[in-house]
Design a protein around this ligand. Structure first.
Ligand SMILES: O=C(O)CCC(=O)C(=O)O
Ligand SMILES: [Fe+2]
Length: 711
């Protein structure tokens, strides 16, 4: 196969001619035949005739040789000679049948050629077909008639050839035509072959010596009736069995599908409702009430004080981080965005910038959510942290007019949502290893900011959740749960966003480091150390830092919320941009999977085979996408939690030319495919570039990652 491909490749090279390819082992009849075919293909019928005729001569001498070579000693099958005991009559029969079988196979052997994995089908008749047509094209009707008649010895009923013969006879004159007979050597060959076949079938029927006829032209009645009926019955049985097996397979497939569906349905039902582990935690809404699967809304995770403490932690960490209270949101120009990871919080706690106690609370609370989710969803294997951060989104007051975007566009957490196709593609750059997500809300004193679940269209809202302190929305991170956050139009919305994986290989390394650090600090000696360190770092703080830390209890939360930038004078000078991750190992490990979004879009295009559509969708509405989603978001089923329910209604002839055509068709039909050049080099389709500003949807579908980049 490989060599064949090489040959095809060489054939395409400049300056290489077909004549350059010489099969040094080619038998003369085959070499002539192939040469004839080449001339035939280039409409050089005269030359084709010469070669085809020579091929006929050569064929029959090769056939004689082949047959003569069959007349050797009896060939035992493997080691059968050890057991072979037959009387004279039986041995003669066995031997003779073997010779005849061998002679019959000469037609196959002579139809084979190097570089062609199968012998030419119906080789001799096809050969004569070429001849009759070549003669016709050379207006040599006698010979055309001779070869048409020769062909018909094999396939007497063949309609097109009979028409051709009739046409040639009409042109030449019926009497003259009638006097022309088929080529004698072929007639003799057929007769001999048929007699051999008859004997072979006889032996098959009487002695059970198997014979498989290699020729397709053998008249049906050569095979004894009984054998024919037996074979027919066998064929029918085989066909029936195949059909029955096919039906059975289909049935099995449907059964398996149904079973799978049932078990996943059951699994989903059974998988929910596990113990909540803590008395204070209450289930507010199950998947059913949230109109989806793998969803839960829980309340009572943390107290108001703890919510405030975590909010302060976020604000203090943000102050430390880059000197102003939040970078622009990666999702909306109308909001600012700030976040801190557990590890970063602990490090800040260690250096005394934020209370270590708060960092520990962050750690413990996220662990609490993890444990409850693992239990509630009755997971068979542990849930591991994949990434977690404490994140606040603040409305920029002066940028709220005519706002039409979401705070966080609709996306799924472990796949790329292509809402126009109603699909979510589980491929990097999405965080495909994430299995569950949870958001622990810390406050409700802001406007907008409701969490929404949608269908894959990213428009049809299936459930809404109003954030409030101690509330957790937990859900499967896959395509079953597209979700987003409505615009925060006033104030600051803080939450702990958590992503989990069932695969220990993808457990977040930062989390392990954070745990180690906390362990260290909790030993009595270290507590002392930490305290000292915390105290000693205090004086280095700016007044604002201090107020953020010292006035923890005193500062009313409301005052912080919604006033992110109200003390510009007290801002610290900007430090070199500090991100949550300080060294490469701190970065989320899956980051290496990141691909340029454009590339990914191209991949999607190729995959979907729907270039135009995907291209269209990635091209359009860079900003408008979110806007329209926000505006058009329609509530299919109202499932709003909390009392600010804001119900929304569901919006979603013998005439010469004819004979000529027939003749041409007859020949072409059989041979055209072999005449074609073996290969054509596959053209590389240039991959369409997707414009940069066309990423919106794809980007938004992986925006949890964008969050990280922004931090
Ligand atoms: O804050 C929320 O309610 C959801 C945020 C979210 O879906 C995400 O960060 O992936
Ligand atoms: Fe999300």
């Amino acid at each position: 196969m490989e060599m064949k491909q090489n040959l095809d490749y060489y054939r395409m090279m400049a300056g290489v001619q077909q004549e350059d390819f010489k099969d040094l082992e080619s038998r003369p009849h085959m070499a002539e035949f192939l040469a004839g075919k080449r001339y035939y293909s280039s409409d050089s019928f005269g030359l084709a005739i010469d070669h085809f005729e020579a091929a006929v001569e050569e064929y029959f001498s090769a056939d004689q040789e082949c047959r003569a070579l069959c007349e050797g000693a009896y060939v035992y099958d493997g080691y059968n000679y050890m057991e072979y005991s037959a009387d004279l009559f039986q041995s003669m029969t066995d031997h003779y049948m073997q010779i005849l079988n061998c002679k019959q196979r000469c037609s196959v052997e002579l139809a084979s050629t190097a570089g062609k994995d199968k012998p030419f089908e119906d080789f001799l008749p096809s050969h004569f077909n070429y001849l009759q047509f070549s003669y016709y094209n050379s207006e040599k009707y006698e010979q055309a008639i001779e070869w048409a008649k020769t062909y018909l010895l094999f396939h007497p009923e063949e309609e097109v050839m009979n028409q051709n013969l009739a046409y040639y006879s009409a042109v030449l004159g019926e009497d003259k035509a009638a006097a022309i007979s088929a080529r004698l050597v072929v007639k003799q060959h057929i007769q001999q072959s048929l007699l051999e076949k008859e004997l072979l079938y006889f032996a098959y029927e009487v002695f059970g010596i198997t014979f498989v006829d290699p020729d397709s032209w053998t008249p049906a009645d050569v095979m004894p009736l009984k054998l024919r009926e037996k074979q027919k019955a066998e064929r029918e049985t085989a066909a029936r069995i195949t059909e029955e097996i096919g039906n059975l397979m289909k049935e099995i497939e449907t059964l398996v599908e149904e079973k799978n569906k049932e078990s996943t349905d059951i699994a989903k039902i059974v998988r929910e409702g596990g113990p909540l582990l803590f008395d204070d935690i209450k289930i507010t809404m199950s998947s059913k009430q949230l109109n989806g699967s793998q969803r839960v809304l829980l309340d009572g995770f943390i107290s108001n004080d703890e919510c405030r403490e975590l909010t302060r932690l976020s604000n203090a960490a943000a102050l430390k981080g880059d000197g102003y209270q939040g970078r622009p949101s990666p999702h909306s120009p109308s909001e600012s965005f700030q976040g801190v990871t557990v590890l970063k919080a602990i490090k800040l706690g260690q250096e005394g910038t934020v209370p270590l106690k708060s960092a520990r609370l962050f750690f413990d609370m996220s662990e609490k959510v993890r444990g409850v989710l693992e239990s509630y969803f009755r997971l068979d294997s542990p849930l591991y942290f994949s990434y977690s951060h404490l994140v606040c989104r603040s409305a920029i007051d002066e940028k709220q007019d005519d706002r039409d975007n979401l705070s966080h566009p609709v996306h799924a957490d472990n796949c790329l949502l292509v809402s126009e196709l109603n699909e979510c593609i589980k491929e990097p750059p999405a965080y495909t290893n994430r299995d569950y997500s949870a958001i622990l809300y810390l406050n409700d004193d802001f406007e907008g900011g409701d969490f929404i679940f949608t269908e894959l269209d990213a428009k049809t809202v299936t459930a809404e959740v109003r954030p409030q302190c101690g509330r957790v929305v937990g859900f499967g991170a896959g395509n079953e749960n597209p979700h987003g956050v409505r615009a925060v139009t006033k104030g600051q919305r803080c939450a702990v966003a958590l992503w989990f994986t069932l695969d220990p290989k993808h457990e977040e390394k930062d989390r392990i480091q954070a745990q180690e650090m906390l362990k260290m600090f909790s030993s009595p000696m270290d507590t002392e150390f930490t305290k000292t360190k915390t105290e000693s770092s205090q004086p280095q703080l700016t007044p604002l830092d201090q107020s953020a830390l010292l006035g923890q209890a005193a500062t009313p939360v409301q005052e912080q919320a919604g006033k992110p930038d109200d003390k510009p004078a007290e801002k610290k000078p900007k430090e070199p941009a500090e991100t949550v991750s300080e060294n490469p190992s701190d970065k989320p490990e899956d980051k290496k999977n990141e691909k340029p979004i454009e590339k990914h879009a191209e991949k999607l295009i190729a995959k979907k085979g729907n270039k135009a559509k995907v291209k269209e969708l990635v091209k359009t509405k860079a900003k408008a996408a979110d806007a329209s989603k926000n505006k058009k978001a329609t509530t299919k089923t109202e499932a709003k939690a909390g009392d600010k329910a804001n119900a929304k209604t569901a919006d979603k002839a013998k005439a010469k030319p004819a004979a000529k055509t027939n003749v041409k068709q007859a020949a072409d039909k059989t041979y055209k495919k072999e005449q074609k050049p073996a290969t054509k080099k596959t053209e590389k389709i240039p991959v369409k570039k997707v414009s940069k500003d066309s990423n919106t949807d794809l980007k938004s579908s992986s925006d949890s990652q964008t969050d990280k980049d922004e931090l």
